[in-house]
Design a protein around this ligand. Structure first.
Ligand code: SF4
Ligand code: SF4
Length: 315
């Protein structure tokens, strides 16, 4: 495995980051043993970086995967908290569920621009005070927006940026790939630690997995890339790819035949909660049920968390 310094945070992270979303309740909903086993396999193969979020519901898997693991592991999490009180609750809940004394990286989840960050100022200030007290080591934002990357690049108190980036520009909310790459270059020049997300376009680029991974691995701005993994084969394939090896061709072709999509259950009652939760504009109400625009959907599952009926899932 290759490791990179994450900007000025002092953290050294594996280039392959285990994206926990896919194993948890919003997607595969694996039982604890199976999900933790997958993370543990990645750790034993050299991965030392795990990305999660409060909304993903994945802390128990990570806690179990780390039980008696001898190495140091960097955990990044995120919260939608706006206020200091809400952020304090989020952070302490993470510490409690992970059974740790600190969380390495804590991010404001889905920040769109300078104004969104300004609107979360109290939560950010709480994280900065938590960093001073050693409860977190680095703070930052995750974002699907060019404007979010640009804003965070110019804020000296931000250590880490977790942006969407993939070879097709899928899921960038406010611009194109060229603009995102320019913003990443600025953020890198400002010393930010950057690790990417959605390098497979939320699943749309699975048929071109090798090419899509080569693209992000060639970006010098990215210290690491978070990749969601749902099987031992995927972990092995990604580790082989991120260590510069040539993944087993049989493994590669079996994985590229597994496209995913957002499925709406028959019992959707058309309440519209998910439509509001989708910042990609991929959902609309049609005839009393929700309809998905598959060209816009980046398979992030955030709408699933907003559905009181458990009516949405990635399959
Ligand atoms: S429809 Fe759901 S899964 Fe697709 S982009 Fe919107 S929130 Fe994400
Ligand atoms: S939140 Fe659930 S029930 Fe409401 S419209 Fe969306 S899928 Fe249907």
């Amino acid at each position: 495995m290759q490791y990179r310094k994450l900007g000025g945070t002092g953290l050294s992270v594996s280039r392959l980051c285990f994206g926990a979303l896919t194993i948890g309740p919003l997607q595969q909903n694996m039982d604890l043993r199976r999900g933790a086993g997958l993370i543990r396999l990645a750790l034993e193969m050299g991965v030392n970086f795990i990305d999660t979020a409060e909304i993903y519901g994945c802390y128990p898997y990570i806690r179990e995967a780390l039980r008696d693991f001898p190495g140091d592991v960097v955990i990044a999490s995120k919260s939608y908290a706006h206020t200091g009180e809400e952020m304090k609750k989020s952070l302490y809940s993470g510490l409690d569920l992970l059974q740790r004394h600190f969380i390495d990286i804590f991010l404001l989840h889905e920040q769109e621009s300078y104004f969104t960050i300004k609107g979360h100022r109290e939560a950010l200030d709480y994280l900065l005070s938590a960093r001073d007290r050693g409860l977190v080591r680095a703070v930052g934002i995750s974002t699907h927006c060019v404007a979010g990357v640009r804003a965070a690049a110019c804020l000296p108190e931000i250590d880490v940026i977790h942006p969407i980036v993939n070879m097709a520009g899928i899921g960038i909310q406010d611009g194109d790939l060229g603009e995102m790459l320019e913003a990443l270059s600025l953020a890198h020049a400002m010393g930010k630690g950057i690790y990417g997300m959605k390098c497979l376009g939320g699943g749309h680029l699975i048929p071109q997995t090798g090419k899509a991974l080569d693209f992000v691995l060639a970006l010098p701005e990215l210290a690491a890339v978070a990749v969601g993994m749902q099987s031992r084969a995927e972990v092995i394939f990604n580790v082989q790819k991120f260590t510069g090896g040539q993944p087993d061709p049989g493994l590669a072709s079996s994985l590229t035949k597994q496209p995913r999509r957002l499925h709406v259950e028959e019992w959707c009652r058309g309440c519209g909660n998910c439509v509001e939760a989708c910042t990609a504009g991929a959902l609309r109400l049609d005839g009393g049920k929700v309809a998905v625009n598959r060209d816009l959907c980046r398979l992030c599952s955030y709408c699933a968390a907003a559905c009181p009926e458990f009516g949405l899932k990635i399959i």
